[in-house]
Design a protein around this ligand. Structure first.
Ligand SMILES: Cc1ncc(COP(=O)(O)O)c(C=O)c1O
Length: 388
């Protein structure tokens, strides 16, 4: 089959293009408004004002106070700051998380265990990729400081019962953190309704550039900084702020929140059409993650008898861009820890294809993918079947 005239990008969970309105909002801060926000002359003050406007935009999206927003370098830093910053600030030595967290949370938890003597409990998920809120609560011990459960999984898109967990944690005076990186523009991020004390976001997952993140820290939550230096970000995170990135982050969150209901309705319909089309055309396909309790736009299927990496190369030739799991796993030989956690075998996990839709995805693109994916899988199967 000949390559498409226009490429089809189906990897929005990995990263997103910058929205033109977001680019327009940030551009002055890359050009004439280049001041250092810590400087007291007008150029610096305008940069500082821009940061505060962005902070207010993010606070509105999260339903919190502006002083509860800390800007970071991305989702990974926010997760690390939440876990390590909170644990190192407190005396308690136990953390509860799940087996399907992003590697930023798992890595921070591992570091706490290896280097700080903190005990970590990993609560498993069921075969649908959802953690049982009661099991998380049951893992809380007298010495537990924090529970960290992601709002939506980055590989299989499953939505976790964060509000239920946070409510129970709070009753037990335990902090609740959620990695909401994959939920921006898709799920409700209101921190009161979620009941969380800490929440991580990443700008590049919602139509702003890479390199900016957000950590919501509820007033009164003890937190030590991981990066020391100047007094920026209320001493929570030293370093001259990425003004343009922060402006973009504020504009992007405001934008995706405004369009959220329409985006979710449209992407849910496209997602379900894509799943149904794949299941009809590729009978061996096995959906990973709960069919309904998953974010709009996430499709993840095991193809069973073909390596996902080989299918991706075939799709790439036709200019269809997708993923075999989380981007952080690309190139890695280890099977996805998320797929193993839902009970897939390592062999099956290697056949998983992740297609994630975003606001720019069109009906026509889904039609074209459904026309091309089955034959791409067939070609790979004929050439390089698994287990032969
Ligand atoms: C759930 C989740 N958490 C954290 C991150 C890390 O975010 P960043 O790329 O901004 O460091 C990602 C990125 O893939 C993610 O999907």
């Amino acid at each position: 089959m000949t390559a498409l005239d226009r490429p089809i990008y189906l990897d929005y969970a990995s990263t997103t293009p910058v929205h033109p309105a977001v680019l327009e909002a940030m551009e002055p801060y890359l050009r004439q408004e280049f001041g250092n926000p810590s400087n007291l002359y007008a150029l610096g003050r305008r940069a500082a004002d821009a940061i505060e406007r962005a902070r207010a935009q993010v606070a509105t999206a999260l339903g919190c106070h502006a002083d509860e927003i800390t800007f970071t370098s991305g989702g990974s830093e926010s997760d690390n700051l939440a876990l390590k910053g909170a644990v190192l600030a407190a005396g308690r030595r136990h953390v509860v998380t799940t087996t399907i967290e992003h590697s930023a949370v798992l890595g921070a938890a591992h570091d706490l265990r290896e280097h700080w003597g903190v005990e970590v409990t990993y609560v498993p998920v069921d075969e649908h990729g959802i953690v049982d809120a009661e099991a998380v609560v049951a893992a809380i011990q007298p010495d537990t400081l924090l529970v960290s459960v992601m709002l939506a999984n980055n590989e299989i898109g499953t939505i976790q019962p964060v509000a239920e967990i946070a409510r129970a944690a709070r009753e037990r005076r335990v902090l609740a953190h959620t990695d909401a990186v994959q939920a921006a523009g898709i799920l409700d991020l209101d921190v009161e309704r979620l009941g969380v004390d800490l929440l991580s976001l990443s700008a590049h997952k919602c139509y702003a550039p890479k390199g900016t993140g957000v950590l919501y820290v509820r007033r009164g939550t003890p937190l030590v900084p991981l990066i020391h230096g100047g007094s920026q970000e209320e001493r929570r995170r030293a370093g001259t702020q990425n003004v343009a990135g922060i402006v973009a982050c504020g504009a992007a969150l405001e934008l995706v929140e405004r369009h959220r209901p329409a985006t979710v309705a449209r992407l849910t319909a496209l997602r379900d059409r894509l799943i149904a089309g794949i299941e009809a055309a590729i009978p061996s396909a096995l959906l990973n993650g709960d069919r309904h309790r998953r974010v709009a736009g996430n499709v993840n299927v095991c193809l069973k008898d073909v390596q996902a990496e080989t299918v991706l190369i075939e799709l790439d030739r036709e200019r269809i861009y997708a993923s075999s799991g989380s981007a952080c796993h690309a190139g890695a030989q280890d099977p996805s820890h998320v797929l193993l956690a839902i009970g897939r075998s390592p062999e099956l996990a290697h056949t998983a294809l992740r297609l994630t839709l975003g606001a720019p995805t069109t009906e026509l693109e889904i039609t074209q993918v459904l026309e091309r994916l089955p034959s791409a899988v067939d070609r790979v199967r004929e050439r390089a079947p698994v287990g032969r």
